[in-house]
Design a protein around this ligand. Sequence first.
Ligand code: FES
Length: 107
Amino acid sequence: MIELTFVGADGARKTVTAPEGTSVMQAARDHDIEAIRAECGGAMACATCHCYVDDADAGKVGTACEDERDMLDFAETELRETSRLSCQIRLTPALNGLTVHLPDAQI
Ligand code: FES
């Protein structure tokens, strides 16, 4: 199992575990993280799974591919350098301890 922590826009932290290979989006849905709406279910077609990778983990997670960057342009919430679609981040042992910050709200 991979451990990751979601940090809400209000600073509230929730640490959860998810099986290796799970996306960050699926882990969020499995643990009732409401800020990750994920309307398209992970098809990279909605941008309502937008999140911010913690600066300390950004190097491990890597950057978005061109298609992901294009979809991020449709995010309702502020884009930052560490913006990612959480459905496109697969949990691997290297990401154990990952911290992901959540936008305020995703419509
Ligand atoms: S869940 Fe729709 S783009 Fe990630």
